[in-house]
Ligand binder design. Structure first.
Ligand code: B4P
Length: 190
C-alpha cells in the first residue's frame, strides 16, 4: 500500500495536489475538510456542530475526525492506498492514525509537507473566498486558521521527523511543478 499524508498550512494546495495524486496512483482520498463539509451540507447533528467551529477557523474535536477516518479506512482497506489530506492536524490525530493502520497491519509510507509562506496562502485563500464564497476564506478567519496551524498542527511535523517519514517540498510554483516534486519524494519510498 502507498499511504501518503499530505501536509501544509491552510491553502497550501493539499486539496489541489490530492486530485492529481488520486488520478495517477489510484489512491482513496480522505479529506477531513471535505468529509466535514458533506456533513454540513447534509445538516447532520455533527455537521451543525462542525460548522460553528470551522466558521471560526478552529479545529473540530479529535474524537470526531478520528471516528470519521477510522470508518473510511475500514471501508477501503483493500485499496492501493490512501491519501490523507488535511489529516492529521494534531499530534493526537497522528498517533490515532498510526494505531488504526497498525490494527490492520498497515503504516504511513511518507508525509509530504507543502511549504508555502503566509503571504502566499493568504492571497490564495482570499481569492478562493471571492470565487466560491467559502465561509472560512476571509481575512480574520484566515489569520485564526494560520495561528491554529502554528500552535496545534505544526507539531505534527516533529512526529513524522522522528519516524523518518518527513519529506518537505517547496509549495510555490505551478500545480504541475509541485506535483513533479511530490512524485520525486514518492519515488524515494515506493
Ligand atoms: P481543509 O478543507 O483541509 O482546507 P484548507 O487547509 O483550507 O485547504 P488546502 O490546503 O486543501 O488548499 P487548496 O488545495 O484547497 O480545512 C478546512 C477546515 O476544516 C479547517 O480549518 C478545520 O476547521 C476543519 N478540519 C479539516 N480537517 C480537520 C482535522 N483533521 N481536524 C480538525 N479540524 C479539521 O488550495 C487553496 C487555494 O489555493 C485554491 O483556491 C487553489 O486553487 C489555490 N492553489 C492551489 N495550488 C496553487 C498553486 N500552486 N499556485 C497558486 N494557487 C494555488
Amino acid at each position: 500500500m502507498l499511504n501518503i499524508v499530505l501536509f501544509g498550512p491552510p491553502g497550501s494546495g493539499k486539496g489541489t495536489q490530492s486530485e492529481k495524486l488520486i488520478a495517477k496512483y489510484k489512491l482513496v482520498h480522505l479529506s477531513t475538510g471535505d468529509l466535514l463539509r458533506s456533513e454540513i451540507a447534509a445538516m447532520t447533528d455533527l455537521g451543525i456542530k462542525a460548522k460553528a467551529i470551522m466558521d471560526r477557523g478552529e479545529l473540530v474535536s479529535d474524537d470526531i475526525v478520528i471516528g470519521m477516518i477510522r470508518n473510511k479506512i475500514s471501508a477501503n482497506i483493500d485499496s492501493r492506498g490512501f491519501i490523507f489530506d488535511g489529516f492529521p492536524r494534531t499530534v493526537a490525530q497522528a498517533g490515532a492514525l498510526d494505531e488504526v493502520l497498525a490494527e490492520k497491519g498497515k503504516e504511513i509510507s511518507l508525509m509530504v509537507t507543502l511549504e508555502v509562506p503566509d503571504d502566499e496562502v493568504i492571497t490564495r485563500l482570499l481569492k478562493r473566498g471571492e470565487q466560491t464564497g467559502r465561509a472560512d476564506d476571509n481575512v480574520s478567519v484566515i489569520e485564526n486558521r494560520l495561528n491554529v496551524y502554528i500552535c496545534q498542527t505544526e507539531p505534527v511535523i516533529g512526529y513524522y521527523k522522528e519516524k523518518k517519514k518527513y519529506h518537505p517540498i517547496n509549495g510555490i510554483g505551478s500545480v504541475d511543478e509541485i506535483f513533479a516534486r511530490i512524485e520525486e519524494e514518492i519515488k524515494k519510498v515506493n
